[in-house]
Design a protein around this ligand. Structure first.
Ligand SMILES: Cc1cc2nc3c(=O)[nH]c(=O)nc-3n(C[C@H](O)[C@H](O)[C@H](O)COP(=O)(O)OP(=O)(O)OC[C@H]3O[C@@H](n4cnc5c(N)ncnc54)[C@H](O)[C@@H]3O)c2cc1C
Length: 367
């Protein structure tokens, strides 16, 4: 294998693999370096894919299960069902999805180098020199997650506001409605976010997230859920955890011949904490722009994406509200009211979220 590439992508996650695949399909020589030993190991995500992301990438059916609606639970466990005609979420066998994405990138011609961590690199005339592994790239993409080493190395923006999420995976949980994502609002257990139970692909995923420093209570959630679902035959099969950047897009996201992507760029909804859709969407866009730039002298990808990446202004405002830890009585009191129900509907089901006109119309009508 040559040590010279048009594009080196650091991180074989959702964003990096989509970017690598698209750039390789467009004729670039591409390498992906990933510190994990294999695709799909040591996951740190629930892996729920929203409908728009599912439409972006045709994930093979064996790795997914469609879930049409959401059940929100107030702190006192009052239930509110939300759905929208034609909308769905995909619960995923996330390890399977990452193995599939990795295979797709390889089939497109990218070289995937697992078990190697990016440490440092420098810009020199004609490209980027990576020290370890020793590679030369005309262009470098940092898709290496919330605590990006590429961002630090090139003095780019870093994520400062984080949630921390923890999740346990079980087999044998009974009495859980398989057609709902079950979401539990409880400021005492998950300050700044919520808890969830996802009837996934052959397993049930139970987790919660909270502000970094205000530790979410996994034991408290388990105790609470024991009164909602039947755990009498449940067996724990895996645990995971990880940071979720919710401070919005970092600044700057690019410098000469270097671009941040996915969590590294802060492309995660500050409100829902979903980052897989932006990882797919901008991974594809970055692959296209870098190929057009390197092959045909197209415009600088970093300048274009700095304008195109979402700013999450409205969602960041609502994130501030959540960070004030709304008291549990407020959730219990307001969540069943039509305007709150409509707001939840807007957040979860409208493609453009808070920018959706149809969603706001419904909200103002209190539906
Ligand atoms: C508990 C939890 C649950 C979540 N649930 C959801 C959900 O259901 N739906 C959703 O949309 N989002 C969810 N998210 C957020 C979502 O997982 C991320 O937004 C998404 O994974 C971002 O993809 P990415 O490719 O940018 O980064 P990552 O998935 O973090 O991938 C980065 C890759 O870079 C590698 N890497 C890091 N440093 C180096 C290095 N120095 N050298 C080489 N490789 C390196 C990592 O090993 C990793 O493979 C969740 C997050 C957490 C923590």
């Amino acid at each position: 294998m040559s040590d010279r590439f048009d594009l080196v992508v650091v991180g074989a996650g959702f964003a990096g693999l989509v970017c690598a695949r698209v750039a390789a399909e467009r004729g670039l020589s591409v390498a992906v370096i990933e510190r994990k030993q294999e695709p799909g190991l040591q996951l740190h995500t629930t892996g729920i894919v929203v409908k728009e992301a599912a439409e972006e990438l045709q994930i093979p059916r064996q790795f997914t299960r469609a879930v049409p609606g959401i059940r929100l639970y107030t702190p006192r466990l009052r239930q509110i069902d939300l759905e929208s005609p034609g909308y769905y979420f995909l619960a995923t066998d996330t390890a399977g999805v990452l193995r599939w994405l990795s295979g797709e990138a390889e089939r497109a011609g990218a070289s995937l180098i697992y078990g190697v961590a990016f440490e440092s690199a420098r810009l020199e005339a004609g490209g980027i020199i990576l020290d370890s592994p020793a590679l030369h790239a005309r262009y470098l993409v940092g898709a290496d997650g919330a605590r990006s080493a590429v961002a630090r190395c090139f003095g780019l923006g870093v994520n400062r506001r984080m949630l921390v999420g923890v999740e346990s995976e079980y087999v044998g949980v009974a009495d859980i409605d398989p057609d709902r994502l079950h979401c539990f609002l409880d400021t005492d257990l998950s300050p700044g976010y919520l808890g969830w139970a996802v009837p996934g692909v052959g397993v049930t995923q139970i987790g919660l997230a909270g502000r970094l420093g205000a530790k979410p209570s996994a034991d408290g959630l388990a105790e609470k859920l024991a009164s909602v679902f039947d755990f009498s035959r449940a067996r724990l099969v895996e645990r995971r955890s990880g940071p979720i950047p919710v401070g919005g897009r970092v600044q700057p996201v690019a410098t000469e011949n270097v671009l941040l992507l996915g969590d590294a760029a802060g492309l995660v909804s500050p409100l829902t904490a979903g980052g897989i859709h932006p990882a797919f969407r901008y991974g594809r866009r970055a692959g296209e722009l870098i190929a057009a730039h390197l092959r045909h002298g197209g415009p600088d990808p970093g300048s274009i994406l700095a304008r195109e990446y979402p700013g999450y202004r409205w969602k960041s405002l609502l994130r501030h509200a959540l960070d004030c830890d709304p008291p549990n009585w407020l959730y219990d009191w307001t969540l069943g009211l039509p305007p709150m129900r409509a707001l939840a509907q807007l957040i979860y089901f409208h493609h453009e979220g808070l920018k959706s006109r149809a969603g706001w119309r419904a909200l103002l009508r209190g539906r």
